[in-house]
Design a binder for this molecule. Structure first.
Ligand code: GLN
Length: 241
């Protein structure tokens, strides 16, 4: 078995070590004897989505998001088709914002992919710090670090999780991120997946099932990762909830 991971525009969208999410996916596949190939795409490369199992759209500054948005317009249809056919996507921060219809930055508005009908507006202050979520996907919380000026409004979409500590989708938001089909969008950098092996395996499982039918994912020894996750939950979760 083999999974192919597409990293879109790593030269522009790779803030705070988002590439670590790919290293984590590859390693957890290889530990189970599953082959993993990573394809990095630069702005001018053609992307054949039919050969991809997981797509990573990382974070980027406002300037970098402006640079990729013209290119996104040209791949929009293929990207939407991939998502509607159950393709797995992990979109982080700037990448999460680009999944939506628009990102309004003062006088300028970036058009997004429109995979989901959500939108983002830049606020005055940046929302920065450790963050802890409770997702309905797992009993174990999801932990990470957020640093964004954009505020994202998800309407009636399913969030990735409820904020136990930190900001989330906007100032004082109750929720963080979004889940749609096999797409996860989130503000959590960190990188996210090494801190949350349960979320990493969730994405791998979706991708393997889509490509090969129901696949059993061998459990790994995650004691150290779970200890780190637990430490963050203990130290940053509000006690007043
Ligand atoms: N430019 C976006 C914001 O500040 C995303 C930044 C990021 O990816 N960390 O909201």
């Amino acid at each position: 078995m083999k999974l192919t991971i597409g990293h879109l525009y790593p030269q522009l969208l790779n803030l705070y070590g988002d590439r670590g999410n790919i290293i984590c996916m590859v390693q957890r596949l290889q530990w189970r004897g599953i082959e993993a190939e990573v394809k990095e795409f630069d702005l001018n490369d053609e992307i054949d989505f039919s050969e991809l199992d997981i797509v990573l759209l990382g974070g980027g500054s406002d300037r970098e998001q402006l640079l990729v948005c013209n290119r996104l317009r040209t791949i929009k249809e293929d990207f939407l088709h991939y998502v509607e056919c159950g393709g797995v996507v992990l979109a982080i921060c700037g990448g999460y914002q680009l999944l939506g219809t628009s990102y309004k930055m003062g006088d300028e508005t970036i058009e997004g992919l429109g995979v989901v009908q959500i939108h983002t507006e830049r606020g005055d202050e940046r929302l920065v710090g450790n963050i802890v979520l409770q997702s309905d996907l797992f009993p174990l919380p999801i932990v990470g670090f957020e640093n964004h000026g954009g505020r994202t409004f998800i309407g009636n979409y399913e969030p990735l999780g409820k904020v136990l500590s930190g900001h989330g989708n906007h100032d004082n938001a109750v929720n963080e991120g979004i889940q749609y089909k096999h797409v996860i969008g989130t503000y959590l950098h960190g990188p996210l997946l090494p801190k949350n092996p349960h979320l990493c395996d969730y994405l791998l499982q979706l991708a393997l099932n889509r490509r090969y039918g129901q696949v059993e994912l061998m459990p790994l020894d995650d004691q150290d990762e779970l200890k780190a996750n637990h430490y963050i939950v203990e130290h940053f979760t509000r006690t007043d909830l």
